[in-house]
Design a protein around this ligand. Structure first.
Ligand SMILES: [Zn+2]
Length: 260
């Protein structure tokens, strides 16, 4: 089930992916003909209907993960629109996505597609978006900044103020640097792929940075005492999470500690 709502000139679709005991919100934003991310193929029935009702002129992907690019293949084939992606991720996009079973179960697969290199600036009739390189969640990740409106489309840079788990591709040192970088910009509203529209977004983003730098301080202190990252993980995140086992370690708190 997909709900459609509007925030100023932004058309938003919202769907929920579920499986392995978890529920994940997915938000897709369409602004003046420019679509940000495609959502996962698990939501394709409703999302395709949405795409068919809207005018879509081009697509900008924050990154190539299947919950953000799962319908890129369909859009390219059926809408014949350009799809922009980080140039370093193009090779990945050109191959069919290969994922562990739990990921296919929650998000569905990703067919290969043929993206173009992300331009520095994407213009629509009424808006101008700057693409900003923001590694951390994955190495090749962009956020998009509409300076005059104060909008920041954040892909998976924000998601929440605190982190309990991280994906194996995540790197917290890079994420801290990317958060510091975007906090130099003027924005007030975050448009997040999983948290939705976040007002007072800059404040929330700063809280995420504070959380990570504080955590980094604690981890460094414990490392200086001779503790291993595994031991530090057990102290800071004592609760065992089923998702770590289900994902074969792809999602874990250790991925936070080890890369901070
Ligand atoms: Zn992602």
């Amino acid at each position: 089930m997909i709900n459609i709502s509007k925030y100023k000139d932004i058309i938003i679709t919202h769907g929920v992916c579920s499986g392995i005991g978890t529920k994940m919100n997915v938000y897709i934003y369409l602004v003046d003909g420019l679509l940000f991310d495609t959502g996962p193929s698990a939501l394709q029935k409703d999302t395709r209907e949405f795409f068919n009702r809207q005018v879509i002129e081009k697509v900008a992907l924050t990154h190539v993960h299947e919950d953000h690019s799962g319908l890129a293949h369909w859009l390219q084939k059926n809408k014949r629109v350009p799809i922009y992606l980080h140039p370093e991720a193009i090779k990945v996009a050109e191959r069919k996505g290969k994922y562990r079973l739990y990921r296919r179960f929650i998000w569905g697969g990703r067919e290969p597609f043929d993206p173009q290199a992300m331009p520095e600036v994407i213009r629509t009739e009424r808006y101008v978006f700057n693409a900003i390189d923001t590694p951390g969640h994955t190495e090749f990740h962009h956020v998009f900044h509409e300076k005059d409106q104060g909008w920041l489309i954040t892909g998976d840079l924000y998601v929440g103020r605190k982190l309990l788990l991280a994906f194996y591709e995540e790197n917290m040192i890079q994420m801290i640097a990317s958060l510091e970088k975007v906090l130099q910009l003027d924005f007030d509203t975050i448009l997040c792929s999983h948290a939705g529209v976040v007002p007072k977004g800059k404040e929330k983003m700063r809280q995420k940075l504070d959380f990570l730098t504080e955590l980094q301080g604690k981890v460094r202190e414990l490392r200086a005492k001779g503790l291993t990252d595994g031991e530090i993980d057990k102290i800071i995140y004592p609760q065992k999470r089923a998702v770590k086992t289900i994902s074969g370690g792809e999602w874990s708190s250790y991925n936070i500690i080890h890369t901070i």
